[in-house]
Design a protein around this ligand. Structure first.
Ligand SMILES: C[S@@+](CC[C@H](N)C(=O)[O-])C[C@H]1O[C@@H](n2cnc3c(N)ncnc32)[C@H](O)[C@@H]1O
Length: 247
């Protein structure tokens, strides 16, 4: 039993539930960093719940859906690498699209299965740096949100994705950029009048995330692919997506 499994019960018990937190939070709206102890307890002991909670914030969810909609081309078979607790896959599920989620963490996959027992998604534990995670298949679209910025061997991840993209398929990464600083996150939260929980989640993300520039990924791609890659910015350029096609 790892540390996350061992302490997985703690945040549920101390927080009762998120809805109650939100109600209590409204009373204290405007008090800064109200939710920080809760968020950091999730970061330490229940990461699946943290990423699930993040996906419930409209600014995060909308940005990821905007990213997905910006990707043109074939989408009959889609795989998300580093799918976490799976909320994003559930949001993009639609008839005629075969979805696969891969994550290296059994805790994440267990949370996904528990939340969505009849999800129309094939789930697989695997390492995005190994070809095994594709189970010998090719996909029309390979997606990864907040993964390329955390893996050490980015070149290998890119090569692995390119090898498993079907002809005229696409690969797309979403990641926080160098502009994702605490001060920019606070400014964004203020300008968009985000509620306290959202504000604290965004600040925590900005403080802890590993950041990346699109040019770092482009420099690792063959020029024939890099030249046609599309880069889009989100959240006042604090996050970015990079999409390329494989012919
Ligand atoms: C920062 S979380 C992002 C989760 C989700 N994609 C999101 O945007 O909310 C990164 C996820 O990638 C997974 N991960 C990290 N390294 C991985 C690897 N080499 N192969 C597969 N999954 C990996 C982690 O377990 C975690 O679920």
């Amino acid at each position: 039993m790892n540390i996350h499994q061992k302490f997985a019960f703690i945040p549920d018990q101390i927080s009762i539930n998120i809805a109650a937190q939100l109600e209590i939070g409204k009373l204290f709206e405007g008090y800064i960093e109200l939710y920080m102890p809760y968020i950091y307890s999730l970061m330490l002991f229940n990461r699946p719940k943290l990423f699930h909670l993040l996906m419930q914030q409209f600014w995060y969810r909308d940005v990821l859906l905007q990213w997905y909609r910006s990707i043109n081309g074939k989408k009959a078979s889609v795989i998300e690498l580093g799918c976490g607790p799976g909320e994003f896959l559930m949001r993009i599920a639609q008839p005629g699209v075969s979805l696969t989620g891969v994550d290296s963490s059994e805790d994440m996959l267990r949370f996904f299965r528990r939340k969505h027992p009849s999800a129309p998604v094939t789930l697989r534990r695997g390492d995005a740096l190994s070809s095994d995670c594709f189970a010998g298949q090719q996909y029309d679209l390979i997606l990864a949100a907040s993964l390329i910025n955390v893996v050490r061997d980015k070149r290998r991840l890119l090569a692995n994705c390119i090898d498993h993209t079907s002809t005229n398929g696409s690969v797309s990464f979403f990641f926080p950029t160098e502009s994702m600083s605490r001060s920019n996150a606070e400014r964004y939260a203020k300008t968009h009048d985000l509620p306290s929980l959202s504000q604290d989640l965004l600040t925590t993300w900005a403080t802890n995330a590993r950041k990346l520039g699109a040019e770092q990924i482009l420099s690792l791609l063959p020029s024939s692919i890099a030249n046609t890659a599309q880069v889009n910015f989100y959240l006042d350029e604090m996050a970015c997506s990079l999409t390329f096609s494989v012919h």
